[in-house]
Design a protein around this ligand. Structure first.
Ligand code: FES
Length: 157
C-alpha cells in the first residue's frame, strides 16, 4: 500500500513556492506534487504557471511529455512493468499481456475496485534480472506469470 496525501491546494502552493527558484523548476515541482499526492491535480496547473510566470499550456506540455506524471489519483497499489530492451528480450510482452488480462486494465489504468494501477516503465535498472517489475516501490526481478500472480494477489488482498 502506498500512502499519499489527499489533494490540498494550500500544501500544493507550499510545495511549489519552496521550489520556484530552482533551475528548471517545473520538473522538481511536478515530482514533489506527485510524490505527495500520487498525481498532479489539474488545479495545480494554474498554481505552477503563476508561480513560474509561464503559460498553463507549457505546464501541461511538460506533464504530457514525461509519461511518469499521473493526472488522476492512483489505486491503492502501483504495479509497474518494465517494457525496455532487456526485459523485451525476456518476453516481458507476454507477461504484460497476462497481467493486463488478469487485471482487466491497460497500462495507465486503475482496476475498477481501485486496488491496482498498472504502469509501463522503461528500465528499472534491474536488467540482469529481467523481466523486472516494481510493486509500490519494491523492485522485483525475474517476474514470470506465476510470480506476477503472487504480486497481484498481494495487491488485491
Ligand atoms: S530493461 Fe527492464 S530493468 Fe532494464
Amino acid at each position: 500500500m502506498i500512502g499519499f496525501v489527499s489533494w490540498d491546494a494550500t500544501l500544493a502552493a507550499d510545495l511549489i513556492r519552496a521550489r520556484r527558484q530552482l533551475p528548471g523548476a517545473t520538473l522538481p515541482i511536478l515530482h514533489a506534487l506527485q510524490d505527495t499526492f500520487g498525481y498532479v491535480d489539474d488545479q495545480a496547473i494554474p498554481l505552477i504557471a503563476d508561480a513560474l510566470n509561464i503559460s498553463r499550456a507549457e505546464v501541461v506540455g511538460v506533464i504530457h511529455f514525461y509519461h511518469d506524471f499521473r493526472q488522476q489519483p492512483p489505486g491503492r497499489h502501483i504495479l509497474r512493468l518494465c517494457r525496455a530492451e532487456a526485459c523485451q528480450s525476456m518476453d516481458c510482452d507476454s507477461l504484460a499481456g497476462h497481467v493486463r488480462e488478469r487485471l482487466g486494465v491497460d497500462f495507465g489504468e486503475t482496476t475498477a475496485d481501485g486496488a491496482v494501477t498498472l504502469e509501463a516503465v522503461y528500465c528499472l535498472g534491474n536488467c540482469a534480472l529481467s523481466p523486472a517489475a516494481m510493486l509500490d516501490g519494491r523492485l522485483i526481478g525475474r517476474v514470470d506469470p506465476a510470480r506476477a500472480e503472487q504480486l497481484l494477489a498481494e495487491a488485491q488482498a
